[in-house]
Design a protein around this ligand. Structure first.
Ligand SMILES: Cc1cc2nc3c(=O)[nH]c(=O)nc-3n(C[C@H](O)[C@H](O)[C@H](O)COP(=O)(O)OP(=O)(O)OC[C@H]3O[C@@H](n4cnc5c(N)ncnc54)[C@H](O)[C@@H]3O)c2cc1C
Length: 433
């Protein structure tokens, strides 16, 4: 192929994966522009830096010399505008860089809802490296914190704060934890676990405003019911949205909630593509999935896929089986396929929980055909490739329960639980909608 220049905006997992895979496939000049850090780091490990388990340099998966050795040029700066006619990007400092093919991979930004006081010192979200640095300063010497919103990033913030013995109160708008995603059994398990870690959860509670003390810093929050909770720090974890505000001066690239792309990750402008958290599919290749997916592995997969297209082998994004994992303090969570938070028509489900209240398995299947739709696990890990295969091959729930040992990640631990899971399934009362 010709020596086109590929420019990538954003050096997160999606942009960097695209760069690495393009280099594997071609000699084309590649420039990656990022405004957060000089080098790629693992965003999912940021919390461990605050907790002192890892240093920043430990969460960089590649040595700094990897990039020049692979002729991937890294440029630190903020892209302010794309000129799709002259085919160049303009940085905030005036620098202009031409492209032949352009990849937008600018990730997400934290949501805020215009609460009075949300910009006070001591109030922040958690997304970037700069947020973790700010959190260091904002939580120094404080005793009490409030976290607004019950999602994964909120739990991480709670865990980070508890390692410094800071008292944590969660304000959760719904009546269960992460109620938009987790079925109530799992939400209950996590709620109990967080309580064991000294986290106070206030359900059906919404933030009204953040109040300042005489020093101008946060001193308390007031809830919609008028309760005042004293605190020296407020963590906002009410979701993220595609980071596209910077595209306002580049109207040629069509956006809605995110950068609009087709199944090939192509935008409406020729030679301009988008991948990762900032993407909104016009129509997701899998109609059961959302048009915006803000998780690590989908960004990586999009980066890999697009590397084929921009090096001459036009390839559609094939998302495969939905998968996600996280950790709620000590409890690992995995989900494969589709486990809705509320029972759906035509589906049956079975929930098993270990008497210790720290391990659980939730299976959901088609009530008629018995084909498995999804599984949630807590407190133990399953083998990705096995559940991926079962879901792809449309295995029945009976086959899955019978062969569960095949999916054991930690066979020694799993052997102790498997008979209980199977027995509960055999005699169990399955839930139907
Ligand atoms: C604390 C935390 C924990 C998480 N844990 C998990 C997890 O356990 N599992 C999971 O699946 N997902 C997790 N996620 C989500 C996951 O990190 C994201 O889905 C992923 O990082 C998205 O990758 P990306 O490359 O699309 O965007 P990003 O990682 O956001 O990278 C985009 C980069 O582009 C830069 N940029 C933006 N605009 C510009 C511009 N105009 N010019 C130059 N540079 C720009 C940004 O500063 C950023 O560095 C977590 C997220 C957070 C915040």
């Amino acid at each position: 192929m010709s020596h086109d220049r590929i420019v990538i905006i954003g050096n997160g997992i999606s942009g960097i994966t695209a760069a690495r895979h393009i280099r594997k496939r071609s000699d084309v000049p590649i420039t990656v522009i990022g405004n957060e850090s000089e080098h790629f780091f693992s965003r999912t490990a940021l919390m461990y830096v605050y907790m002192g388990h890892l240093r920043y340099r430990d969460i960089k998966p590649y040595e700094d010399g990897f990039w020049p050795a692979n002729r991937i040029e890294l440029k630190h700066g903020t892209v302010a505008r794309i000129d799709t006619v002259l085919k160049c990007v303009q940085l905030a400092d005036g620098y202009t860089l031409p492209y032949d093919k352009l990849i937008i991979a600018t990730g997400s930004a934290s949501n805020t809802f215009g609460w009075p006081g949300q910009d006070l010192p001591g109030v922040q979200g958690l997304y970037s490296l700069q947020d973790v640095e700010a959190m260091e300063g904002n939580t120094a010497g404080i005793q009490r914190a409030v976290i607004v919103g019950g999602g994964l990033i909120g739990v991480e913030m709670a865990e980070m704060l508890r390692t410094r013995n800071i008292a944590v109160t969660f304000l959760v708008r719904e009546d269960t934890f992460w109620g938009g995603v987790l079925p109530e059994e799992e939400a209950g398990l996590i709620t109990r676990h967080m309580k064991e870690h000294g986290v106070l959860l206030n359900f059906n509670t919404e933030l009204e405003e953040v109040l300042a003390g005489p020093d101008g810093r946060v001193r308390a929050v007031r809830t919609k019911s008028g309760e005042e909770i004293a605190c020296g720090f407020v963590g906002l974890s009410v979701g993220v949205h595609p980071n596209i505000a910077w595209l306002k001066d580049s109207p040629a690239v069509k956006t809605d909630k995110g950068v609009l792309v087709n199944a090939y990750l192509e935008t409406n402008v020729q030679d301009v593509y988008a991948i990762g958290d900032c993407v909104e599919f016009q129509q997701h290749p899998d109609p059961q999935r959302k048009n915006i997916e803000q998780v690590w592995y989908t960004g990586r997969l999009m980066g890999e896929t697009l590397a084929c297209t921009v090096t001459g082998e036009r390839t559609a994004y094939a998302p495969g089986i939905w998968f996600n994992s996280a950790k709620f303090f000590d409890i690992e969570y995995q989900t494969y396929g589709r486990v809705p938070n509320r029972a759906q028509d035509g589906e049956a489900a079975h929930y098993w929980e270990h008497p210790n209240g720290r391990s659980a398995l939730h299976l959901v299947w088609n009530a008629e055909s018995r084909v498995l739709h999804g599984v949630n696990t807590f407190g133990f890990r399953l083998r990705h490739e096995v559940f991926d295969r079962w879901l792809r091959e449309k295995a029945t729930v009976d086959h899955v329960v019978e062969q569960l040992h095949e999916a054991a990640f930690d066979p020694e631990f799993f052997t102790r639980m498997e008979p209980a899971v199977r027995a509960s399934f055999t005699i169990g009362k399955h839930m139907t909608a």
